[in-house]
Design a protein around this ligand. Structure first.
Ligand code: UFG
Length: 341
């Protein structure tokens, strides 16, 4: 079976994707620098799939290290590239860290892929490239707006770098997947989201509040022009998202792609408000969540949810799990993690 490199394969979305790749029969090699993950995630992957991926601890900024890796693994058929920094606020404070971490690493990998006889490349992009879209739901043809943060800019520039490279590299085919808001964890609660420090994202903040690590959730603004006044997002279960990567990879390896560079939105198509997420959590957990309404968070867009037609019809993928499934699995995971201590 084909050998696939997953960079950032011990991270949140990466680890769930490794599981789905191994379930599909792919041989997986993980590169991770463990800067925002832990080697123990491997145990979870092995326990779920019964298969052990190859793991190399490598910082992708190490250009010589990347070259040596590809010399050793010149039979790689595809790369799913998750490894990147992803904190929006941090990127505003340290732009060069983000440009170096997210852009130079991408360039080094693409340079190696140019040397292979053929390769498929899947890129972790984000709905952040659309900013506040003029029309909802958001299609892939929506305008890419000026990025609000260096993080968002690395996704836009990353897409352009890949598209430019594909134009001059006939042996390279790529898909950029624009994620909406990934949440939840594997149903076995053997892998999940492990934010370091205070979570910036809504769902881990909710579960950490419910378990008692955080005192209360601050809801950032209830005066937005939405039905209940809180912001709307498209929360997609990470297992559905992981499966989409396998479908996208299959598309490239089976030459079903329509052009050498394609983009797809990955979301459920349903927008949920912050208050609806809290309600879904309370329903599936039976817990009452402590929260208060505070002022708006700078940089938040009002509403974003995906038009899923292209992903459903062209990619042939659709979500199978809903927000309650995601909240149930996130809660189960939080309880397991805290028991482990
Ligand atoms: N929110 C709260 N309280 C919190 C955390 C979040 O009310 O403690 C609200 C936010 O204001 C927002 C919603 O919950 O309305 C979702 O916030 P997240 O931080 O979970 O997600 P974002 O949509 O802001 O960010 C996500 C990814 C980013 C990506 C962005 C693109 O985390 O990497 O989508 O839109 F850039």
């Amino acid at each position: 079976m084909d050998k696939i490199l997953v960079t950032g394969g011990l991270g949140f979305i990466g680890s769930h994707t490794v599981v789905e790749l191994q379930n599909e029969g792919y041989e997986v090699v993980i590169i991770d620098d463990l800067s925002n993950s832990s080697e123990s995630v491997l145990d979870g992957i092995i326990s779920i799939t019964g298969k052990t991926p190859i793991f190399e601890k490598l910082d992708l900024k190490d250009k010589a290290g990347v070259e040596a890796f590809f010399k050793n693994h010149n039979d790689i058929k595809g790369v799913i590239h998750f490894a990147a920094s992803k904190a929006v606020g941090e990127s505003v404070k340290e732009p060069l860290l983000y440009y170096e971490n997210n852009i130079s690493t991408l360039v080094y990998i693409l340079k190696e892929l140019q040397k292979l006889p053929s390769a498929g490349f899947i890129f972790s992009s984000s709905c952040t490239v659309y900013g506040q879209a003029d029309e909802l739901p958001i299609t892939e043809n929506a305008t890419v707006k000026q990025a609000e943060s260096p993080y968002g800019n690395t996704k836009q520039i990353g897409e352009e770098i890949i598209s430019d490279t594909c134009k001059v590299t006939p042996n390279l085919k790529a898909i950029a997947l624009r994620y909406f808001n990934p949440v939840g964890s594997h149903e076995t609660a053997k892998i999940g989201e492990l934010p370091i420090g205070v979570p910036q994202n809504l769902v881990p903040f909710i579960t950490q509040t419910a378990i008692g690590i955080r005192q209360e959730l601050s809801i950032f603004g209830d005066d937005y022009p939405t039905p209940d006044g809180t912001c709307i997002r498209d929360y997609i279960h990470v297992v559905d998202l992981a499966k989409a990567h396998v479908v996208a990879l299959n598309r490239l390896l089976q030459n079903k792609n329509k052009s050498n560079y394609e983009t797809f939105n990955l979301g459920t198509g349903t927008g949920s408000s912050v208050l609806e997420v809290v309600q879904a959590f309370e329903k599936v957990s039976g817990e009452k969540l402590n929260y208060k309404i505070v002022g708006r968070r700078e940089g938040d867009i009002i509403s974003a949810y995906a038009n899923t037609t292209k992903a459903n019809e062209e990619l042939g993928w659709k979500t199978e799990l809903n927000l309650e499934d995601a909240m149930r699995s996130a809660w189960k995971w939080e309880q397991v993690v805290r028991k482990k201590g």
